[in-house]
Design a protein around this ligand. Structure first.
Ligand SMILES: [Mn+2]
Length: 312
């Protein structure tokens, strides 16, 4: 049976896909997003699917459950999932745990059938997704030089922020090479790309330091150029204004794309993003420590005020 691997295109998704490809060599690799996954499924002719790190989009969940039930599917995810989804997607095998990265979930499922060194991919994906504090990952980290592991993680996390590695075909090549046992630092030009991204990120900090504004509890920055640095932009907005919550708002054609990060680990950013966005007619969500929202263009101030209230 032919297998397709469908993954989120961030480092956790790439590492998840590479572990899955080690398990099912020859599979085709696709990248997708929650909002487009339902439609993109129609382009896949494979009967068997391994889905990695793709959150279920709430409005699509019933239709998605139905489409997935018609195939043989292994679904690995760590995003919040509607309780009814797992039941209605009959026959789909779920590996779902919000406390761990997708890479950890995929590795644990396939570890007995792949090279033992593929555990590195689980470590890279987990660290990239800020999910390396789990008992499983902590135990595995003890076997290796954590400084070398972090070098590899930085090479891929920062490297894919630049053009040349940010498109799907470049990422598909990374998945293939990682599945063959190459490390991020072995990939031609990836380390140099990561270095350039680090330079851009420090320029970004200088810009945020100059331009960030704030409410009582929220530092924010709008109209930044580097869309690929949303997380750091939001975090730097909090740091530069000395506030617990940071927001970066990117103006798109018809809406603002908002990213939230916090310096205070107690803040539940997915809850803040969802409530503040819904209060202004938008939508939001994500993880407790990394969240985002999409809101109407005219509602930025209202969104920020609401987020400010929710923190205070
Ligand atoms: Mn993930």
């Amino acid at each position: 049976m032919r297998t397709a691997i469908v993954a989120h295109s961030d480092t956790d998704g790439i590492c998840s896909a590479a572990i899955a490809l080690s398990r099912f060599p020859g599979s085709r690799i696709f990248f997708s997003k929650p909002a487009s996954f339902l439609n993109e499924l129609d382009d896949l002719r494979e009967e068997s699917l391994v889905v990695c790190d793709i959150a279920v989009n709430r409005p699509d969940s019933a239709a998605l459950a139905k489409k997935l039930s018609a195939r043989k599917v292994l679904y690995f995810d760590h995003h919040p999932m509607l309780p009814g989804f797992k039941k209605s997607a009959k026959g789909v095998v779920f590996h779902h745990d919000q406390r761990v990265s997708s890479s950890e979930l995929v590795y644990r499922a396939f570890k007995d059938n792949i090279a033992p060194e593929r555990v590195w991919l689980a470590l890279y994906g987990a660290i990239a997704d800020y999910s390396d504090g789990t008992p499983f990952i902590e135990e595995k980290m003890r076997n290796w030089d954590r400084r070398a592991i972090f070098f590899e993680v930085s090479s891929i996390v920062m490297g894919i922020k630049n053009e040349g590695f940010s498109d799907y075909s470049a990422k598909r090549r990374l998945v293939t090479d990682l599945a063959r046992g190459m490390n991020p630092s072995d990939m031609p030009r990836l380390v140099e790309s990561a270095r350039q991204a680090v330079v851009k990120e420090s320029e970004l900090y200088e810009q945020v330091k100059k331009e960030a504004a704030s409410f009582d509890h929220v530092g924010y920055i709008i109209r930044l150029e580097h869309f690929g640095f949303r997380g750091p932009a939001a975090l730097f907005a909090a740091t530069a204004t000395d506030k617990p919550l940071g927001v970066a708002a990117f103006e798109r054609k018809n809406h603002f794309d908002i990213t939230l990060r916090a310096r205070d680990p107690k803040l539940k950013l997915n809850v803040i993003a969802e409530k503040a966005a819904e209060a202004v007619g938008g939508s939001g969500g994500g993880h407790p420590n990394a969240a985002g929202a999409r809101i109407p263009l005219s509602k930025l101030k209202d969104f920020l005020k609401k987020a400010d209230e929710l923190v205070g």
